[in-house]
Design a protein around this ligand. Sequence first.
Ligand code: PLP
Length: 383
Amino acid sequence: MIYLDNNATTRVAPEVRDAMLPYLADLYGNPSSAHTFGREMRRAVERAREQVAELLGATDSSEIVFTSCGSESDNWAIRGALERRPDKRHIVTTRVEHEAVRNLCEKLEREGCEVTWLDVDEEGLLNLEDVRAALRPDTSVVSVMLANNETGVLFPVEEIGRIVREHSRAVFHVDGVQAVGKIPIDLKNTEVDLFSLSGHKFHAPKGVGALYVRDGVDLAPFIIGGGQERGRRAGTEAMPYIVALGAASELAHNFDAHGTIRHLRDRLEDTILDTVPNARLNGTRERERRLPNTANISFEYVEGEAILAQLDDAGISVSTGSACNAESRVSSAVLRAMNVPYTAAQGSIRFSLGRYNTEADIEHTLSVLPPIVARLAEMSPHK
Ligand code: PLP
């Protein structure tokens, strides 16, 4: 099997699995307990917090709060900021956010908030002048993703943060779920107030995430209960998962083969665009403005689902846009926002590489894909 769907989720790294297993067996104490069992757990939680802080370039590990997933982190960031600023009901976000932000903002809009939805251009890029123009005295939150899950397009969050800070008093939230583990992050020298991540996107198991809350940022708790996470997120700590997130963060921090992934992605992308008729790239051609692992390519007049199914039969896993959209059969909101024509959007395939991919995986995919697309194009009623 060749797995080219690392933006949907990643394999749990063996190092991460080994680190968490003791916490599913003998190490079962509650970190809030005062006895030896509990104290050992507390040490493990704090070590994991330091590992995540190190990966993000946080100033202090106390800025990291564990959550259950990226969606929780996103929801908490936006709702928590709004709750503390009841007189400010304006939100700024983009049309290409993940559903965890987009659907929440649509709901908040229905509940009486006002949302400014920033457009992107045909390459998936934001106009920073639009960001500045959207800011108002009553803007409570600006929420922008760092890396787009479908196209890999990167938003310049450092610059956006400076604009937000200079022209408003809004809280600046960044959905970093797709970026962590794929590009270096260094939050301490930015204006980012809140930053979401999710473990399963970088080789931890599903069911754990974190929210970075810059020291001094006023954020209401999302889950109310006991005093865990210094009263910011109640619930007995999910020990095996928190330890796993720490181990995955350390693994990501020490990973030095991003260049190899980039090289494999470039080879895949260049060859497809050069050799497959009617193939077009979705997202900017300026590769330094995209994640190094992602290539989103449309095969015009061909159904993406059909390509996906035939690649799957050949043992190759890819995605048609966002995994959450796999059942809904409407063309992706991200590609619509980029004005990708329907005939191309329907034929879009996202290839997302990871640390376990090899040159052989890419060469095999390049031998299997073109005949599949050619056969489907031959059968297409549109051609
Ligand atoms: N944000 C982005 C950009 C994502 O890609 C995803 C998942 O695909 C999420 C948020 C949600 O993360 P989770 O699956 O951990 O809830």
